[in-house]
Design a protein around this ligand. Structure first.
Ligand SMILES: C[C@@H](CNC(N)=O)C(=O)O
Ligand SMILES: [Zn+2]
Ligand SMILES: [Zn+2]
Ligand SMILES: [Zn+2]
Length: 521
């Protein structure tokens, strides 16, 4: 009851905050090339009251409409970043990008919606954690957002709260950690129970896939041998420690009988190969990789500058194999992986120094929310590996479909929210901590020149990046509920269930005339 009142009160405050004077209200985007995941067309887009009202040529529009000339530019759906950690308390620090600065940075890069993670402490109520995340986010976000919820412990109460979150609070996805032993990690039998509950609820089960026991043992051994630097982090959790957990999560999800699975931050070829194999066997499993794994690699963890190396520490680690970025891009082209996020979880140099003498104490996380789309355009589209439609699919549409907010989000079509980016493919920008909008003094893509720059970023019809100038409005973003049973995820699962029922002829019916029992298969 209290929770509902808090949320209702917030929503009321929030809705007042949505200024919509007429000048902001009507927009016509002319002469652009509209790109959706299924194709591109030269077309104009008319927006009113935050909604796309018309798409086509020679549109009839009312006076007082602001006109943006998108000649020579792409008009794409606003990016959706399904993996952020704004102001997350982790390993003794709070991530530096809060919901204001982090979403401002996201906007600057062309992302118009984030999905952040509520991460309850062990034995903490999931609902209480959710309420505090909402209170932190609602008053600060500059773009729309949704929430995944972490399941960091397991009990009947957790089961009930998962159900409540799905039925009353617009949550349809839960993240389980197979690493972070002694803090968030769940055991296999617990994963089995959570996956089963997710399936009953029509929710998406997400996993952070690393073998937490092996990481813990390797860490002890490395520290005992005097390896305390950031390189120890990468050495403690090599690729096959990730791939093993991906495989185990898939096996458990399969044994739960077709529980859909979403593997977050796939960081290696080995993990990608497991997903390729499981999808090839017909398992409903989705793979997400992140800007960091596409734009840089793990060699930096051996950098002689401690701060430089520590700034690249995240989990699963960036891989020292310099072919990894290209391999993961190829998996995105092949639809082995479907989604790109940022896993934006930034810590300043002084926060990273908590692990000065012990790599296992370096707060895990890197930046990515601002640079995700430009990095992927440069590495994916400008390089000729994928076309603009595939870029839209992996940076926006697929996340919208998986988390069941499509076509409200993730496409340029009549009736969709007016979350639109006018994208200049010919313009370049050089990424730097000196110019980025993050709250940290380091950027893992420092010096990288990217083709693909957002010229305008429009959120619910409001121009929040205007000819490159970021005009973010604190608290303007809204919480977007994500409904259960996304067709993109569950239609195949439900079809198989029906088939199974239809084909499971009752045993009595097959009893032959001698009356003996049919032999069991
Ligand atoms: C805690 C969070 C961010 N940190 C990271 N990926 O290293 C995660 O594991 O996704
Ligand atoms: Zn994770
Ligand atoms: Zn340095
Ligand atoms: Zn994460």
């Amino acid at each position: 009851q209290v929770v509902t009142e808090v949320l209702q009160a917030e929503r009321a405050i929030h809705d007042e905050a949505l200024p919509c004077d007429s000048a902001q209200n009507r927009l016509l985007i002319k002469n652009g090339k509209v790109v959706n995941e299924d194709g591109m067309v030269d077309s104009d887009v008319y927006v009113e009251d935050g909604i796309i009202k018309q798409v086509g040529r020679n549109l009839i529009i009312p006076g007082g409409t602001r006109i943006i000339d998108a000649r020579g530019k792409y008009v794409i759906p606003g990016g959706i970043d399904p993996h952020t950690h704004m102001q997350l308390e982790l390993m003794g620090a709070v991530s530096a990008d809060d919901f204001y600065q982090g979403t401002k940075a996201a906007l600057a890069g062309g992302t118009t919606m984030i999905i952040d993670f509520v991460i309850p402490k062990k034995n903490e109520s999931l609902i209480d954690a959710y309420v505090s995340w909402r209170q932190n986010a609602d008053e600060k976000v500059c773009c729309d957002y949704a929430l995944h919820v972490g399941v960091t412990w397991w009990s009947d109460r957790v089961k009930e709260e998962m159900e409540q979150l799905c039925k009353e609070h617009g949550v349809n996805s839960f993240k389980m950690f197979m690493a972070y032993k002694d803090s968030f990690m769940l055991r296999d039998f617990e994963l089995y129970g959570v996956f089963d509950k997710c399936k009953q609820l029509g929710a998406i089960a997400q996993v952070h896939a690393e073998n937490g026991d092996i990481v813990a043992e390797n860490t002890k051994k490395l520290l005992a041998r005097g390896v305390t630097g950031p390189e120890g982090h990468a050495l403690s959790r090599p690729e096959d420690v990730e791939a093993e957990a991906v495989n185990r999560a898939c096996v458990i999800a399969n044994q739960v009988v077709d529980a859909p699975l979403y593997v977050v931050h796939v960081m290696s070829k080995s993990a990608g190969d497991v997903i390729k194999q499981k999808r090839g066997q017909g398992q409903v499993v989705f793979g997400e990789t992140i800007a960091a794994s596409l734009g840089t690699d793990g060699t930096h963890q051996w950098n002689r500058c401690w701060q430089h190396a520590a700034a690249h520490v995240m989990s699963p680690p960036l891989r020292p194999d310099s072919n990894t970025p290209n391999t993961l891009l190829d998996l995105l082209v092949l639809d082995v992986l479907q989604v790109t996020g940022s896993d934006n979880c930034t810590f300043t140099a002084s926060q990273k120094s908590l692990g000065q003498n012990d790599f296992s104490k370096i707060p895990n996380g890197v930046n990515g929310a601002e640079d995700r789309m430009s990095v992927i355009w440069e590495k994916g589209v400008h390089s000729g590996k994928m076309d603009p439609s595939r870029f839209v699919a992996i940076t926006s549409t697929n996340a919208a479909k998986i988390f069941n907010i499509y076509p409200r989000k993730g496409c340029i079509s009549v009736g969709s929210d007016a979350d639109i980016v006018i994208w200049d493919a010919n313009k370049t920008r050089t990424i730097s901590a000196k110019t980025h909008h993050h709250a940290v003094d380091f950027n893992i893509f420092e010096g990288m020149e990217c083709h693909g720059v957002p010229e305008y970023v429009i959120v619910s019809g409001r121009v929040c990046v205007d000819e490159g100038d970021v005009k973010a409005v604190q608290g303007f973003g809204r919480f977007i509920p994500t409904p259960v049973f996304p067709p993109y995820v569950y239609s195949m699962v439900q079809q198989r269930e029906e088939e199974k029922v239809a084909n499971s002829v009752p045993s009595a019916a097959v009893q032959n005339d001698t009356g003996d029992k049919p032999s069991t298969p």
